[in-house]
Design a protein around this ligand. Structure first.
Ligand SMILES: C[S@@+](CC[C@H](N)C(=O)[O-])C[C@H]1O[C@@H](n2cnc3c(N)ncnc32)[C@H](O)[C@@H]1O
Length: 195
C-alpha cells in the first residue's frame, strides 16, 4: 500500500510540451485511451486542460494505486480510473476510443510487446483515429544524442527492450500511417499516427 502520490520530475518537465501537441492533434477527439499511465501525472494534466475529452487511464496493476491517488486529488469528471492493461496478457479494452496516447512506453517494453501494442492500436482505432506516441526512438538506426545511446545501453543491461526504430514501428502496422514526427525537448519525439 502506498499513501503518497508517486511523482516523476520528467513528467512535470515534459507535460506542457506534450499538451501543446495534444491541443492540436486531439482538438476533434472525444475519447482517449492512455496506455501506460505511469504515475498518473500526465492524465490529470491533460484531462484538466482538455475538458472536451474523456481520458481513460490504463496500466499494469502495480501502477493503479498511484494513479488512483492522483485521480482522487484532482476529482476531474472527465478522467476515468485505470483499467488493467499489461500487454499482451490483458484483453484489449472493449470500448472504442477515437484517439490513443502513450508516453515513454516503447523503450521500456520488450520488442514483442511493442509489436503487439502497435498492431492492436492500428486495429482498434476507427477511421481517422489518431495515435500520439511520445518518447525516444531511433531514426534509421541512429540515436539523436550521445545520452540517448547511453540510456539505450542501460535499458538493455537492465533487461528492458530499449529504443525502437521508427522504421520497425512502421513495419508492424497495417492500417495507420505515420503522419508527423514532431521534435520535442530533451531529444524526444512525438509520433503522430493516423488511420
Ligand atoms: C517509463 S514509464 C512511463 C509512464 C508514463 N507514461 C510517463 O511518461 O511518465 C513506462 C510505463 O510503461 C508501462 N509498461 C511497461 N510494460 C508494459 C506492458 N507490457 N504493458 C503495458 N504497459 C507497460 C509501465 O507500466 C509504465 O507505466
Amino acid at each position: 500500500m502506498i499513501d503518497e502520490k508517486p511523482y516523476s520530475q520528467a513528467c512535470e518537465n515534459n507535460k506542457p510540451y506534450i499538451l501543446d501537441v495534444l491541443i492540436n492533434e486531439f482538438k476533434d477527439v472525444k475519447k482517449v485511451l492512455e496506455i501506460g499511465s505511469g504515475t498518473g501525472q500526465h492524465a490529470v494534466h491533460f484531462a484538466a486542460n482538455l475538458p472536451h475529452i474523456t481520458w481513460q487511464t490504463a496500466d499494469q496493476l502495480e501502477y493503479h494505486q498511484g494513479i488512483y491517488l492522483w485521480l482522487q486529488e484532482y476529482e476531474l469528471s472527465n478522467l476515468l480510473p485505470p483499467i488493467p492493461l499489461s500487454i499482451p496478457n490483458d484483453p484489449w479494452p472493449k470500448q472504442s476510443y477515437d484517439a490513443i496516447f502513450t508516453a515513454n512506453t516503447a523503450h521500456i517494453m520488450q520488442k514483442i510487446q511493442v509489436q503487439f501494442m502497435m498492431q492492436k492500436v492500428s486495429e482498434a482505432l476507427p477511421t481517422n483515429g489518431v495515435f500520439c506516441q511520445y518518447g525516444p526512438f531511433t531514426i534509421d538506426g541512429e540515436f539523436s544524442s550521445e545520452s540517448n545511446a547511453e540510456f539505450h545501453g542501460k535499458l538493455l543491461a537492465s533487461g528492458r527492450g530499449g529504443y525502437r526504430d521508427i522504421e520497425e514501428l512502421k513495419a508492424w502496422v497495417d492500417n495507420i500511417q505515420l503522419e508527423k514526427i514532431i521534435e520535442m525537448p530533451a531529444n524526444n519525439l512525438m509520433l503522430v499516427w493516423r488511420k
